[in-house]
Write a protein that binds this ligand. Structure first.
Ligand code: AMP
Ligand code: ZN
Length: 119
């Protein structure tokens, strides 16, 4: 599996930087965002160092499918209220113009009662 020793999220995967874990399996890690915008805010990442959505290859299709089907389960587990009155927001910033700050693909899952700090 490709990792980048200088990447903060690879360091979280390796346990070199602590995180508050939401979910983990062989391929996927989810953990609380350190600077939450809302009552629920966690990040879901592939353990493999994929730089951004712009770097996805066909071979990542099953992994990304697993991530997307996992998100509603984790959102409910973390306290997002049920659809349709509740729900959640899924955001993946990509590149400079997309507002990406950490260069390891991550999906923000944001939810809970409003108001939120952002969005
Ligand atoms: P983005 O702008 O989409 O690249 O967002 C990066 C996100 O990573 C931000 O929401 C940060 O709060 C979050 N973040 C940065 N460092 C950590 C960390 N060590 N643990 C948890 N979240 C982090
Ligand atoms: Zn990485």
């Amino acid at each position: 599996m490709h990792t980048d020793p200088n990447c903060i999220f690879c360091k979280i995967v390796a346990g070199q930087i602590p995180s508050k874990k939401v979910y983990e399996d062989e391929e996927i890690l989810a953990f609380h965002d350190i600077n939450p915008w809302a009552p629920v805010h966690f990040l879901v990442i592939p353990k493999e160092h994929i730089t951004s959505m712009a770097h996805l290859q066909e071979r990542h299709a099953a992994l990304m499918g697993r991530i997307m089907t996992l998100i509603p389960k984790l959102a409910a587990q973390e306290g997002c209220n049920p659809y349709p009155a509740g729900g959640f927001r899924v955001v993946t910033n990509t590149g400079d113009e997309g507002g990406q700050e950490v260069q390891h693909l991550h999906i923000h899952v944001i939810g809970g009662a409003r108001p939120w700090k952002k969005g």
